[in-house]
Design a protein around this ligand. Structure first.
Ligand code: CIZ
Ligand code: SF4
Length: 300
């Protein structure tokens, strides 16, 4: 309690805002000024009048906030909070793939470093991937990086033949299985099955709806059903339960936990804010190039 109050006091004193991703631990979500997906949080970062943004999530998200709000100080409470999916592609790797397909457009998932975004024509998120791919000319080849499960899902939904990078998120790819979905469904036969597009195709095919975290929050609010099987990182269940106290949520797997997301603690948040440490610093040239890819997405 004392720590929470100290964080709130520091936020007021330093004109700081706390942005928290849907996968963060419950106690971090509970002290947020805003909880959301990476794009919603970046938009908040772009419009805030606050001087400091404490970004509770993983590095690529804090970088995206910095790209959209370069004049603000953006803090990542634990500098080790990297996304293993984003780390599966480097700008050098992408440059080599582009050299093999020199006329291709490049769409990169938001789960990429600022350097990879800078090498991309468009950015997309799990909430708007179909819209972004649909908007591209049919006579151009398209490279999609780095999540191959999301890539395959986009191929199926848009009918476009994407050149895929071989990346995946270990939480969705390895810990959320068809067997897990079947087990949950046998225990809760009335529940709707919601899964994230970073899951394997067989898991996607078993679902009632394939949604980003933002999509899941909206779906649960508007559906009359009152039980849901959730196939994404467990942190979202804290938010879903809080916003829908009469509804029930069952994870496909209790092991669907992203270790990087759980690195944030109240202690680290307080220290990062008090000492103003673990700032996101990016090369201005990279920021300008990466910003173009994000702005092209936002314009669609
Ligand atoms: O875009 C995000 O925040 C991620 C990585 C997941 C989601 O579906 O919201
Ligand atoms: Fe990356 Fe997966 Fe963790 Fe999201 S849940 S931050 S995609 S490793």
């Amino acid at each position: 309690m004392e720590l929470t109050e100290e964080i709130k006091r520091l936020c007021q004193k330093k004109k700081a805002i706390i942005l928290v991703h849907n996968y963060q631990p419950g106690e971090i979500q509970d002290i947020a000024d805003f909880v959301g997906d990476s794009l919603e949080l970046s938009r908040k970062a772009a419009e805030t009048k606050a001087e400091i943004i404490i970004f509770c999530g993983v590095r690529f998200m804090a970088e995206t906030a910095k790209i959209l709000s370069p004049d603000r100080t953006v803090l990542l409470p634990d500098p080790e909070a990297n996304c293993p999916l984003a780390d599966m592609i480097t700008s050098e790797g992408l440059k080599s793939l582009k050299a093999e397909h020199p006329d291709a457009l490049v769409v990169s998932y938001v789960n990429t470093s600022a350097e990879v975004k800078a090498e991309s024509d468009y950015c997309c998120t799990s909430a708007n991937g179909i819209k972004v791919i649909d908007s591209l000319p049919t006579d151009r080849k398209i490279i999609f990086t780095p999540d191959s499960n999301l890539g395959r899902y986009l191929i199926e939904k848009t009918g476009k033949d994407l050149i895929l990078w071989d990346g995946y998120c270990y939480v969705h790819h390895q810990r959320i299985t068809l067997e897990g979905v079947r087990r949950a469904k046998s225990l809760h036969p009335e529940a709707k099955i919601l899964v994230h597009p970073e899951c394997l195709m067989e898991v996607i095919e078993s679902a009632d709806a394939v949604l980003s975290t933002k999509g899941m929050c909206e779906y649960v609010k508007r559906e009359v059903a009152d039980e849901f099987i959730i196939g994404t990182e467990l942190g979202i269940i804290h938010r879903l339960s809080k916003e829908n106290p009469t509804k029930r949520f069952y994870p496909v797997s209790e092991e669907a936990i992203c270790e990087s997301m759980k690195l944030t603690t109240l202690e680290k948040l307080e220290r990062s804010l008090r000492e103003e440490i673990h700032k996101i610093e990016l090369d201005p040239q990279i920021v300008a190039q990466a910003r173009s890819a994000i702005e092209r997405m936002l314009a669609i």
